[in-house]
Design a protein around this ligand. Sequence first.
Ligand SMILES: NC(=O)c1ccc[n+]([C@@H]2O[C@H](COP(=O)([O-])OP(=O)(O)OC[C@H]3O[C@@H](n4cnc5c(N)ncnc54)[C@H](OP(=O)(O)O)[C@@H]3O)[C@@H](O)[C@H]2O)c1
Length: 210
Amino acid sequence: MKLVIFGSTGGTGLPLVKQALDKGHKVVAFVRTPSKMPYSHDNLTLVQGDAMNLTDIEQAITPDTDAVISVLAPTKNSPSDMLPRAAQNIIDTMKNTGVQRLIYMSGAGVRVEQDEPGLLDNVIRFALKTMAGDVLKQSELGVEKVKNSGLNWTVVRAPMLTDAEHSGDYRVGWVGVGTGPRLSRADAADFILSQLEEDEYMHLAPVVSN
Ligand SMILES: NC(=O)c1ccc[n+]([C@@H]2O[C@H](COP(=O)([O-])OP(=O)(O)OC[C@H]3O[C@@H](n4cnc5c(N)ncnc54)[C@H](OP(=O)(O)O)[C@@H]3O)[C@@H](O)[C@H]2O)c1
């Protein structure tokens, strides 16, 4: 498949690019800083840009794209509306080019109707809201745009991410239902790529954890 990956030089993006290439996919990596991409491969193309600029995104998503993946996250100097603006640009470009499949990563602090949060889940979300309320708010807005996009979307929600090694051993559920407090970024990448072949979580936003 030909994949466009946003956030490809981030903590989840790098194992995602590596695993996608290992699986034989063609990868268009959208990067702000090309020198941050350690891999070079015949099937890897870099497109430099800022996800808040529609014209930059239009250079990356083309009609022959099979799926778009976003593992974007706000960084130190990101404006407070980076995620919803980037999501809107990605969605608009996908619609204009006829690309349907979108896998969008976000956090388990963004709640959905299937969640059954326990006391600890609510304490964690309260702490997140207190310490990083703007990140939570823009994450919620980004997910909302994806859910309303009319595309074939899956939102992959993660609890706290770690840099533990790729195990392929993870659980899929909801907040408070069959999931735990951590996920390795490499296993997040594994689950995301598995969703290219499956539609079990189409139009759903499961939580993945180790
Ligand atoms: N961190 C956690 O514990 C945690 C927990 C739950 C869920 N999540 C979610 O998991 C996903 C991945 O998180 P992560 O920790 O792997 O992310 P990360 O390491 O912070 O990487 C974020 C990526 O987004 C890119 N980016 C940010 N603003 C951009 C812009 N305007 N244009 C283009 N690229 C931009 C960054 O580019 P540069 O490389 O150029 O900086 C980087 O590649 C996110 O959806 C996040 O919300 C994270």
